[in-house]
Design a protein around this ligand. Structure first.
Ligand code: ATP
Ligand code: MG
Length: 461
């Protein structure tokens, strides 16, 4: 079978081969190419040692010489060229103690995680498939190369990679691999937070994030996100819900931001939205009370959940921007809009305009994961809030100090002293403008500021 590979990749392979070395495209790109997908990056594997690769190509970067990887630059593109290698003994379920180079592609393919990731290709030899990768691709199966238990002992991250690939490709995990995951899940405690975060994010932003359920079923979340297990085991027992907290959570993760192809949100927003849904009800289990009506209630779960989410995301070493956004959206996810222009302005002032789009999407997804009997009502309410909000935006109404037609500087020019009182005055003006947008002009606001100043009550409370 002949496949089309990018010209520059072909050039690197041809050049290596013309110097007498073996060279192939390998791993994820071969998998994606066979699936008819556009690979994101092309990895090349070769029998040439790193210093040999460096002699052949003019522009190279020592990316990971110790692991045999040299980056070859061609115009603006760069390609990782890695020497065939076998991994020595693994320490701490993650790092091979030593990396040994080999001239044999078989050895290199053997060290790779799954059969579908362990194929190589060049025009001369076609697809090199030693472990039934083609067959597994056809049948939609994730299967370890070799003995699954041993492969997870070597590197426990592979456990999470298995679930992540199953979510990205909509594949099942083959039985023995599945059993080994269940047996070895505890080893994930040795894996760094960053790596766990990266795999979980890939799983979440995939088109099949319902595979989250597998994290629970296979004993993975117990180790890396125990809060999720508690959610899976908490009944809602409330008329707005028909699923457990965990199943509701999974549904909302699937709904939020739609499929990747729809492109309704940027990749960053998609990540924020999916993490928000995963954690939006994280503290329902801990806030559960049973009311006189026999129904479960979860008072304060958004605020408490925001604090818990902050801890979880910090532990996972999230960047601050993502962390802040997720925590903020969780805190407000249950906000009850008052469906009047003032009500919406108040909401936007509290929540922040920069978050409103995302919050509407969070609320839409949350509603869609509740009792189907009430979904339409909830969505109608949300649409009305949205309509009022769009109206507010089109009228350019003021909901923050920076939209106020008077600034601290204006007040100073008018003879006010900078300081705490001025801050209070500005906030009072903002409150007044939120109630009545017609007040947002400089003369009116200045007159109001003067009267506040003269009315000591305004400032003293
Ligand atoms: P994607 O880049 O789409 O996430 P990929 O398959 O290219 O998927 P990478 O993490 O880029 O995944 O790794 C490239 C290749 O290296 C894999 O296809 C696999 O052959 C091998 N590989 C990566 N991580 C491991 C691992 N932890 N254990 C064994 N082999 C691995
Ligand atoms: Mg890759």
């Amino acid at each position: 079978m002949e496949f089309q590979i990018p010209e520059k990749v072909q050039y690197i392979i041809d050049t290596l081969m013309s110097h007498g070395y073996e060279a192939y495209a390998v791993g994820g790109c071969v998998r994606d190419m066979i699936l008819g997908k556009n690979p994101e990056d092309w990895d090349i594997t070769t029998s040439a040692k790193p210093d040999e690769v460096k002699k052949i190509f003019r522009r190279t970067v020592d990316t990971g010489i110790a692991h045999g990887t040299v980056t070859v630059l061609i115009n603006r593109d760069h390609f990782e060229v890695t020497t065939f290698r076998l991994d020595g003994v693994y320490e701490d379920n993650r790092h091979p103690k030593e990396v040994l180079f080999t001239r044999d592609i078989k050895e290199d393919l053997k060290r790779r995680d799954f059969t579908i990731n362990a194929m190589a290709y060049n025009h001369r030899d076609g697809i090199i498939d030693l472990f039934g990768g083609m067959e597994d691709l056809k049948n939609g199966l994730i299967r370890c190369v070799g003995n699954a238990g041993e492969r997870f002992d070597e590197d426990a991250l592979r456990i999470l990679r298995a679930v992540r690939f199953s979510a990205q490709l909509d594949f099942q995990i083959e039985e023995k691999t599945r059993k080994a995951i269940r047996a070895k899940a505890a080893l994930l405690k040795n894996i760094s937070a960053e790596r766990i975060r990266m795999e979980l994010t890939k799983l979440l932003i995939s088109d099949h994030p319902d595979r989250l359920r597998m994290l629970y079923e296979l004993g993975i979340s117990r180790v890396i996100l125990p809060q999720f297990d508690r959610m899976m085991e908490t009944e809602h027992n409330n008329i707005h819900h028909i699923y457990t907290v965990g199943e509701h959570t999974i549904k909302t993760v699937c709904y939020v931001a739609g499929s990747a192809a729809e492109n309704r949100f940027s990749p960053r927003e998609r990540c924020i939205l999916r993490w928000t849904m995963l954690l939006h009800d994280v503290d329902k289990p801990s806030t559960l009370t049973v009311g006189k009506d026999g129904q479960n209630h979860f008072y304060g779960h958004p605020e408490k959940g925001a604090a818990t989410a902050k801890r979880i995301l910090k532990d996972l070493k999230f960047d601050n921007n993502t962390l802040e956004a997720v925590v903020h959206l969780i805190k407000w996810h249950n906000y009850k809009f008052l469906l009047t222009p003032q009500g919406i302005r108040r909401a936007a002032a509290k929540i922040g305009k920069e978050y409103m789009e995302l919050l509407f999407e969070v609320m839409r997804a949350d509603s869609c994961g509740k009792n189907p009997a009430y979904i339409d009502d909830k969505l109608k309410e949300l649409e009305e809030a949205r309509r009022l909000y769009d109206e507010m935006i089109s009228k350019n109404e003021c909901v923050s100090l920076k939209d106020l037609k008077i600034s601290g500087r204006d007040l100073i020019e008018a003879g006010f002293k900078p300081g705490r009182d001025m801050g209070i005055i500005l906030n009072r003006l903002l409150e007044a403008v939120i109630e009545n947008p017609a007040l947002n002009n400089k003369e009116t606001l200045l007159a109001m500021a003067n009267s506040f100043m003269n009315d000591s009550n305004t400032l003293s409370n």
